[in-house]
Design a protein. Sequence first.
Length: 72
Amino acid sequence: MTEETPADNTKSEKSFEELSQEKQIGLAAEFWMFIKENKIWWMLPIILVLGLVGVLAFLTSTGAAPFIYTLF
């Protein structure tokens, strides 16, 4: 194993500081990158169904409720 010299340590801290100044991406974009990089495409239908159920649950408390209930 090699030990880090103080110059290496300063360089890594500087790059960490530079990275912290970059614009952060959103949760959806980060999740999409996670799915794409790890090739776990089977999660997409699960997430889509959960999102659809969440939207339906939200719409039941609005004026669209009578139209939602006719679907079931």
